[in-house]
Design a protein. Structure first.
Length: 202
């Protein structure tokens, strides 16, 4: 399936289920397993077995704090907090449920394995003229993976538009919330740990 050995794919799926704590907060089992599949495919295509095989940083080479899986979980928790705070303040309800928000946050960095792959980075470094560096950034690759495995369009959009690439489209409400949660996670850590000029959002 997806050009991946079945045993390899199942191992990656098991690892993802273990790593992402916020999966347990999702009530929609089908959507939860779709998130697991998407991450497993992205990992296997790029030579990883688990999300935490990648360094716990905003981008390769940036300062590390925690794990990649903790970043996904943290972004989901912050996103839920943003939604709950605004809804409680205004006494109104946003047009999506917790499961869609959690899934979107857990999948926002679905494309990171392509950037963290040592083989990819070495190839790009050897010939930037031919490949660029990186050849493709994680938002575009994440959208590719999300489309390939058939995740809902709302989640595809969040993966594609949560970073600077989203400045060239009109972001959905989901994408805005996840973008703010993603930034809040890394910029809070940046200030907390005293990182200087870390280039987190490049």
């Amino acid at each position: 399936m997806y050009g991946i050995d079945e045993a390899q794919l199942e191992k990656a799926k098991a690892n993802v289920r273990h790593e992402l704590e916020m999966l347990q907060e999702m009530k929609d089992e089908a959507l939860r397993e779709h998130v697991v599949l998407a991450w497993a495919v992205a990992l296997c295509w790029n030579g990883f077995e688990a999300i935490n095989d990648m360094a716990g940083s905003a981008r390769p080479g940036a300062p590390e704090k925690g794990t990649q899986a903790q970043h996904m979980d943290g972004t989901a928790r912050i996103a839920l907090g943003i939604r709950a705070g605004i809804e409680r303040t205004l006494g109104d309800t946003m047009p999506f449920d917790d499961d869609m928000l959690i899934a979107s946050a857990l999948c926002h960095d679905l494309g990171k394995p392509v950037e963290y792959s040592v083989a990819n980075r070495e190839r790009w470094a050897k010939n930037r003229v031919l490949y660029g560096r990186p050849s493709v950034r994680h938002p575009a690759y994440g959208a590719h993976v999300a489309l390939t495995v058939g995740l809902p369009e709302e989640i595809v959009h969040v993966a594609a538009a949560h970073a600077v690439e989203g400045n060239y489209v009109q972001r959905s409400l989901l994408a805005h919330i996840v973008q703010y949660a993603d930034d809040a996670y890394w910029f809070t850590i940046e200030n907390w740990d005293g990182w200087v000029d870390s280039g987190l959002r490049l």
